[in-house]
Design a binder for this molecule. Sequence first.
Ligand code: IMP
Length: 425
Amino acid sequence: MTIITIIGGQWGDEGKGKIIDHMAKNADVVARYSGGNNAGHTIENDHGKFALHLVPCGVGWEGTKNIIGSGTVIDPNVLIEELELIKKNNLPGKIFISEKAHLIMPYHIKLDQAEENHRGNKAVGTTGRGIGPAYSDKISRYGIRMGDLNNLEKLELKISENLKIKNKILKEIYGADEVSETDIFEKLDEWYKKLGKYISNTEQIIHDNLEKNKYILLEGAQGALLDIDHGTYPYVTSSNSISGGSLTGLGIGAKEINKVLGVFKAFCTRVGEGPFPTEIFGDEAEKIREIAGEFGTTTGRPRRIGWFDAVAAKYSARINGLDSLVITKLDILDHFEKIKVCTSYEYRGEKIDFFPSDENILSEIKPIYEEFEGWDESTYNVDSIEKINSKAKKFIKNLEKIVGIPIDIISTGPSRKATIEVNDL
Ligand code: IMP
């Protein structure tokens, strides 16, 4: 039995989609455990290129069971669109939706936007997809679950009750437009008709596969530094994106996980607001953004750019229990004469080598860099470690040493073939 959790080690957008697709080749189950359509996981295969927001990245492989787990939040309109895209393009994986997953309702989206406006210059920079309000309702027990679609009469009553409160908040607190009950009710039937057949007891599917010693991949969304508990709070998402979330978000026991892989870019990016110690600006940042295409998959926003932060990476390794690292976009560094890696921080004249939790300290710390020599030979699309030039190899070895975790996979381009398995997973 092999059960592997794959997480983003930074602030999301590390290229998890490609890596999960790569790892899913022989997988029996691929299960997404957190977040919603704030995520954008890109896969590229013989059928085309797809930015998946909710469906797990195993869907490109025949015979995979792709589970959207209980820890996720689902915008039914977005999922319907995604399922239609998958069908149209003949992606072969099977799809299952947890009956316990929560729905993002139209009032959650409105509230997300109203809350952000209200925060003014303290806005989180959310994706505006209703993620935070949907999770808030889950925790405060006002949530609507996928399984509720099986009884539309009862569901309408629940929605009516919720709307009394939500519309009051929208109108009286935020001065925003109310959400129409009729508009929601009109949609319910379509949601049930188009999604009902996928709604399942997904824990049962996972447990059966565990018993049969199958190969299961647990797909993280966002990144460890956006985790609601361990990220750069309050500039975080509203779920547990760290590996621990894969247990609660799918109903799996802690002893079952055999391996945790952390995906990191060879540099750093962040979308939205919040501290970013190694952030760079000007021409250097622009150059990376343009070459690497660093614009949000979900929102199209330009991503903030920075050098690799090894202090944050070590922290991420600990909170996720990482066994190995995956380094993506190594080829982007082909374009630089000098490459920087942050190995400690300076805070008010003192050197610190841990990742602080206090927002104010995080915003004040300055990165202390180690500089590495760039290389002239391209690493783009290189598919074996032997073919990587010696300077790039040296950089990889150094990164491994600094973070203290072996690098198992290196990605040198978006296509499936641009993947190097350094160690045999
Ligand atoms: P929310 O998840 O939409 O509430 O957004 C909260 C924060 O997480 C914002 O800074 C978003 O930009 C960020 N975020 C959410 N999802 C992703 C993602 O998939 N990649 C990168 N950043 C994300």
